[in-house]
Write a protein that binds this ligand. Structure first.
Ligand SMILES: Nc1ncnc2c1ncn2[C@@H]1O[C@H](COP(=O)(O)OP(=O)(O)O)[C@@H](O)[C@H]1O
Ligand SMILES: [Mg+2]
Length: 148
């Protein structure tokens, strides 16, 4: 089951939900967390040193091979993100089928996991679209307040 955590609004608990839902499910299930937000807060949450990563979601989006970008941390598999991803939006402009990159990558490995949870940026750009295309469900954290 692939779940996007999405909301165009920032600061509404997407990353916190992805991290805690992932950690809880990982107690009994095989979980993959995918950080597809250039802010990389989910990556930071799990104490992954962004400066040391050879392969991140940036490489997945540009060249494929999600297998190379998976890190095992505290019993959870994570695909990390760094600020490099911010540039990928422009680099992917004009690429045919760019909405399906993550979907194609996850299809190849989804049998290995019970849950794949994707943390998305606070926008409706190409990364959130990739996440939605790849997902079976969308979870939308909302703070009960006026602007939300
Ligand atoms: N359920 C919650 N109750 C109170 N504060 C929360 C809750 N979920 C998240 N936060 C806080 O709100 C801020 C934004 O959360 P975050 O998960 O980073 O949002 P997003 O990923 O949507 O930008 C963080 O400081 C986080 O600690
Ligand atoms: Mg976030």
């Amino acid at each position: 089951m692939i779940i996007s955590i999405a909301n165009q609004k920032g600061g509404c608990g997407k990353t916190t939900t992805a991290a805690n839902l992932g950690a809880l499910l990982a107690k009994k299930h095989r979980v993959l967390l995918v950080d597809i937000d250039p802010q990389g807060n989910l990556t930071t949450h799990f104490g992954i040193n962004k400066a040391n990563q050879k392969h991140t979601i940036y490489d997945v989006m540009l060249n494929g091979r999600i297998e190379d970008a998976i890190i095992r941390k505290d019993g959870i598999d994570i695909v990390p993100s760094t600020i490099d991803l911010a540039g990928a939006e422009v680099e992917l402009t004009g690429k045919i089928g760019r909405e399906y990159i993550l979907d194609n990558e996850l299809k190849r490995i989804s049998r290995k996991y019970d849950f794949i949870i994707i943390d998305t940026p606070p926008s409706l750009g190409i990364f959130t679209i990739n996440s939605l295309v790849a997902s079976d469900y969308v979870l939308i954290p909302v703070q009960a307040e006026f602007f939300a």
